[in-house]
Design a protein around this ligand. Structure first.
Ligand code: PXP
Length: 252
């Protein structure tokens, strides 16, 4: 089954994670040699067909830097989706950047990547207030939640226009007997969200294998995918990179 209408948001943070592994403390004097560049590779992603670039600046800037986000906003025409923790500081930064959308995510200080869905019920007033502030600036809001009917209903009540269903539990269960139950939770979540007037996105752990099933989710508007795309880029690009370096070593 094909679905030509589902959009792709490319989560570019994983490029920044690689850069930070080598150049975490790079100053301006090192700038010309710092690689890979998430801004330049966002431009490449857009040219390759990405409908949206997704970034997730953290409080401590451990992956993508605020300067990267501003650079992407300036150089990329595709939509910019900024994932953010529900903090005053991040909201202020979002209002400065003016992305097309924000996606509010839970955030633990030490996590390498987002681990669970947002507790909209438990943080309702704060989330509704952020959604209202963003809307006043023309920024759409999405809430990254588990496919849980109560969280979906609460999301609709915040006046967020979008939800992003957390596909991590499904992706982790892909090779286990729980896969069909986890997929059904996503189907039910997508149907519930749609019936409440929400635009339904999904993301986390989607890869070149499980996409065959994920693309069959009902009412799916956009997928946000990062790790697997960057991994595939390494797999498909490594041989060429080695050939090029060998040729240079030989002076060819
Ligand atoms: N959506 C959200 C809200 C995320 O936090 C992440 C993780 O970076 C993704 C999508 C992308 O997940 P992955 O890198 O596993 O494709």
């Amino acid at each position: 089954m094909s679905n030509a209408n589902i959009l792709l948001g490319v989560n570019i943070d994983h490029i920044a994670t690689l850069r930070q592994a080598r150049y975490r403390n790079a100053g301006v004097e090192l700038e010309p040699i710092v690689e890979p560049d998430p801004v330049a590779l966002s431009v490449v992603s857009e040219a390759a067909g990405a409908d949206c670039i997704t970034v997730h600046p953290r409080e401590d800037e451990r992956h993508i830097q605020r300067a990267d986000v501003l650079g992407i906003r300036e150089r990329v025409e595709a939509r910019l989706n900024m994932e953010m923790a529900a903090t005053e500081d991040m909201l202020a930064f979002a209002l400065e950047v003016k992305p097309h959308s924000i996606c509010i995510v839970p955030e633990n200080r030490e996590e390498v990547t987002t681990e669970g869905g947002l507790d909209v019920l438990g943080n309702f007033d704060r989330i509704r207030s952020i959604v209202a502030t963003a809307a006043a600036e023309g920024i759409a809001s999405s809430l990254f939640i588990d496919p849980d009917s109560e969280q979906i209903a609460a999301s609709a009540e915040t006046n967020a226009s979008h939800i992003e269903l957390h596909t991590g539990a499904y992706a982790n269960a892909y090779h286990t007997p729980q896969r069909s139950d986890e997929f059904q939770r996503l189907v039910d979540g997508a149907n519930t969200g749609f019936s409440l007037g929400l635009i339904v996105n999904a993301g986390h752990g989607i890869n070149y294998t499980n996409i065959e099933e994920v693309r069959g989710l009902p009412h799916l508007h956009e997928l946000n995918i990062g790790h697997s795309i960057v991994s595939r880029a390494i797999e498909t690009g490594l041989a060429e990179a080695i050939r090029e370096m060998k040729a240079l070593i030989r002076g060819g």
